[in-house]
Design a protein around this ligand. Structure first.
Ligand code: BT5
Length: 325
């Protein structure tokens, strides 16, 4: 792609802080006619890249847009599987719904669907996921692991762990995991994970991992109903973060965990997951379908299930809604 070539050269130049690249230089380096260089620059500016020219000097890249354009996500993306096939949108109903349909149509493993805004973002059990424009990362990944369906819920914890690691790397903040699918910072929800599964009795066809991450929200960006319960990485760290850079780092970390997970299950990550867990050793109420349980959280097992000590003995629970008591 022409604009990709121009962009790569401009980014390299930005690092060396020289006086810019002339159209003639770009034309000869990329072996394209001058008018194609001009068209490429127009296209990049249209996408939100801030490119300046001064008399007698060349083009200089001042800033890149923090929107989910494949060009920006692809640039220096250090993954082999995740995010190699990208569908990105300014607005979409739900990235998970589209991911599910694409997976049914045989989209390859690692396909990423990401949007700046969702109009019908969803949580578990028909709940709504609030996804305002340009603040968060609303994304889904299609995975095709060759694992028994019983092991699939472990992927929710793997995803949570990759989130915790990325938040730490980008901000130095310690995020926590609230089993099975919440990522909290200082006790408030900063991200949520929604796993959807297509499986037969003994094999997984595909898994959709939906992740909603509140990145740059200010207090006023949350509706009243979420005040006091939800937070963003910006609100907790004081840092505005590039959503694209966060996404790329997250994909890299998740891919590493995912590859190990496919071969060894949670073996390598269980301890790290347990260390980040907010409910281990605590008394909880747990609702799973119609069933309600109370007990002490003893462990998270190698499938990612919760081991609960109740009055009637030990119970292993694969999913549910947990509240501390
Ligand atoms: C979740 O559900 O936490 C899973 C959220 C997954 C969202 C992603 S976004 C990309 C992809 N596409 C989708 O359509 N969904 C996925 P659950 O545990 O059921 O939590 C939902 C509850 O969290 C809601 O009922 C609210 O109370 C709260 N909530 C809603 N939006 C929130 C937000 N942006 N931040 C924090 N809490 C929120």
């Amino acid at each position: 792609m022409i604009s990709e070539g121009i962009l790569t050269l401009l980014k390299r130049e930005k690092k060396s802080s020289s006086s810019g690249l002339s159209a003639t230089y770009l034309s000869s380096s990329l072996n394209i006619p001058l008018h194609t260089v001009y068209e490429g620059i127009v296209e990049l500016r249209r996408l939100g890249y801030k490119i300046v020219t001064e008399r007698g000097k060349g083009y200089r890249l001042l800033s890149v847009p923090d929107t989910f354009i494949p060009l920006e996500i692809n640039y220096n993306l250090k993954t082999k599987i995740l995010g190699k096939n990208i569908f990105s949108y300014r607005a979409i109903k739900s990235t998970n719904d589209l991911a599910y349909r694409l997976a049914e149509q045989k989209a390859p493993e690692g396909t990423l669907i990401v949007a700046d805004k969702q109009t019908a973002g969803k949580g578990r059990l028909g709940r709504k996921w609030f996804s305002p424009p340009n603040r968060g990362i609303w994304m889904s990944l299609i995975l095709r692991p060759k694992i028994p369906p019983a092991k699939a819920p472990g992927l929710s914890l793997c995803t949570g762990l990759a989130l915790v690691q990325t938040v730490m790397d980008k901000t130095g903040l310690k995020a926590d995991l609230k089993w099975p699918n919440d990522c909290l910072i200082r006790g408030k929800k900063a991200a949520g994970i929604l796993l959807e599964l297509s499986a037969e009795l003994d094999k997984v066809n595909f898994v959709i991992i939906g992740v909603g991450i509140n990145v740059n929200h200010s207090q006023k960006d949350f509706p009243k109903s979420l005040k006091g319960r939800a937070t963003s990485i910006y609100l907790e760290s004081g840092k505005r973060i590039s959503r694209v850079e966060f996404l790329k780092d997250f994909l890299k970390k998740l891919e590493k965990i995912y590859i190990n997970f496919k071969s060894f299950g949670l073996r390598y990550y269980r301890e790290e997951i347990k260390k980040s867990s907010t409910i281990l050793g605590k008394k909880v109420k747990l609702q799973y379908g119609k069933e309600k349980l109370k007990g002490l959280v003893k462990d998270i097992d190698e499938n990612g299930s919760l081991i609960l000590e109740t009055r009637k003995g030990k119970r292993t629970v694969t999913a549910g809604e947990v509240t501390l008591i």
